[in-house]
Structures are given as C-alpha cells and as structure tokens.
Design a protein around this ligand. Structure first.
Ligand code: NAP
Length: 247
C-alpha cells in the first residue's frame, strides 16, 4: 500500500517506521521549518504543497491509497489543507491526534485561547516568563520592554523579540529534574506553553507543578470538522485503523 503521512512529530515518525516494517511504501512530508529535522524511515519530501490544491495534485500524482495527518495539534493550516484535499480526492483521511493535557492536582493553569492572550497575561502578571512555544509566535511578546524572558527553541528566532531575554537553543527530550533546575536557575515566575499533549514535552509541566509555578496554557485549535474519516489518539490505533482496513 502507498501512504502519505503529513509529519513533523514523533508520532508521525513512529507510524512511518511501523508501516515501512509492514512492507508499505510510505512517504512522510515535512514542512522544512528546521534545518536538520529528525528524519523518518521511508521516503521523505520536504516543503509546502502550495495549499489544498497542490496537496490534492500531489496525492493524485502519487496514487496515494492511505492518507494520514500526523502533524502537530497546533499545525492548523496543513490540517485544514489535508481535510480539504481528502474531500477533493475522496481519500479517507486518518488524523493521528494526541489528546490534550489535562490539569491535575497541584497544577495552576491559566488557560488562554491564543498566543496574543498568553502574551498579554505574561506582560501584565509576570516578570520572568519562560517561553516554550517554538519560535514562530514569539513576536506576540516583543512589545513587553519590562519582563525578563527565558526563551527556549530549537533554532534561532528571526522575528521581533522582547528586549530583555535569554535565548536557549536546544532540542529535547528534557527530564523533570533538568526542567526544575532550569526554572530555578533562571528564577522564572511562569511557564508559557501550548497544550501540545503527549509525553515528549510533559516534563516542563511536572516541573512547574513541583515548583508551584503558574502555567499559561494556550488551548489548541479544533480539528477540521469535515473531511476526517477517523481520529486515532495513539500510533497503535492509527496503525490498526489503516492496516486492518477500518478506513
Ligand atoms: P501550519 O501553520 O499548519 O502550516 C503552514 C504551511 O506549512 C502549510 O500551509 C503548508 O504549506 C506547510 N506545511 C506544514 N506542515 C507541513 C507538512 N508536514 N508537510 C508539508 N507542508 C507542510 O504548520 P506549522 O504550525 O508551521 O508547523 C509546521 C510543521 O512543524 C508541521 O509539520 C508540524 O507537524 C510541525 N510542528 C509544529 C509545531 C507547532 O507548534 N505548530 C510543533 C512541532 C512540530 P502549503 O500550504 O504550501 O502546503
């Protein structure tokens, strides 16, 4: 079988590996945001498709039989494109979508709808926020001339940034002890994060809980309502769904 996996996540790489092992012809697609991406096994293509029409053309030219959106829960545009291309081609789209984190006892979450609201809260309520939101939306925080920001991302940010800042360029995984130490060393007074879900980046949430630091939690966008045939919350469920012909 020929599959296209829209990737850029650990789950996408895990699913590609399982399907390649099962003898499938798998192409993983990456946006090309980072210069040295972690590459999945199988075939890899890199770069945008040119919107839903371009993605539709790609699927038809490839004769894709199984189409999986395993992108990050905050990658809204490519997921909307995938749903539209699925409708245009008639291919059943499987969305591999990890569940959101839920607060547990000891968490102090300040939930906000988007990054603009997170920035406003950080500016008005906190002095030393720790931003773990990637590098694409940092400009929301740039207007704050007073706060001291700790910013962690994989590659050097290019847009406007808050004036007082320390930028740490590093890629996870991170463990809870390391996250606690970092938050203490920089005396951060809140953590700012997207509700990405999954185990990979959860250590910072546990560290914030241990240190009784508030978390400004940006809620995730909705999945596209139409065009998805099946939502799988784990790699195993996505694998079962596509290999047992459930979609
Ligand atoms: P986005 O805003 O939804 O996508 C913007 C554009 O980038 C899309 O319209 C598409 O261009 C292209 N694109 C995105 N993902 C692609 C993919 N897997 N393959 C080919 N083209 C892709 O996405 P984003 O939030 O910038 O995320 C980009 C990638 O990073 C995604 O693959 C995502 O899984 C990964 N990622 C994102 C986050 C996050 O917090 N957003 C975190 C970790 C990993 P065209 O319209 O030209 O097709």
């Amino acid at each position: 079988m020929r599959a296209l996996i829209l990737g850029g996540t650990a789950e996408a790489r895990a699913l590609a590996a399982r399907l390649v092992d099962a003898g499938w012809h798998v192409t993983s697609s990456l946006a090309g945001r980072v210069s040295e991406p972690r590459l999945p096994v199988g075939h890899v293509r890199i770069g945008g498709f040119g919107g839903p029409a371009g993605l539709t053309r790609w699927l038809l030219a490839d004769a894709t039989e199984v189409f999986i959106d395993a992108t990050h829960p905050f990658a809204e545009r490519i997921s909307a494109s995938a749903a539209e291309a699925a409708r245009a081609t008639g291919l059943p789209l499987v969305a591999l979508h990890r569940p959101a984190w839920e607060p547990v006892r000891g968490d102090e979450w300040l939930e906000v709808a988007d990054m603009a609201a997170a920035a406003e809260l950080a500016r008005t309520r906190f002095a030393t926020p720790f931003l773990t939101i990637g590098r694409q939306q940092l400009s929301h925080f740039a207007a704050d001339d007073e706060g001291r920001y700790l910013i962690r991302c994989v590659e050097q940010p290019t847009g406007p940034l808050p004036r007082n800042r320390t930028v740490l360029l590093t890629r996870g995984p991170f463990d809870v002890a390391g996250e606690r130490k970092l938050m203490r060393d920089y005396a951060v007074d809140c953590l700012v994060t997207k509700n990405s879900g999954g185990a990979q980046t959860y250590a910072k949430i546990e560290a914030a809980r241990d240190l009784r630091k508030p978390v400004i939690m940006v809620q995730r966008p909705e999945l596209p309502g139409k065009g998805i045939a099946y939502v799988a919350d784990t790699v195993d469920r996505a694998f079962d769904a596509v290999t047992r012909g459930r979609v």
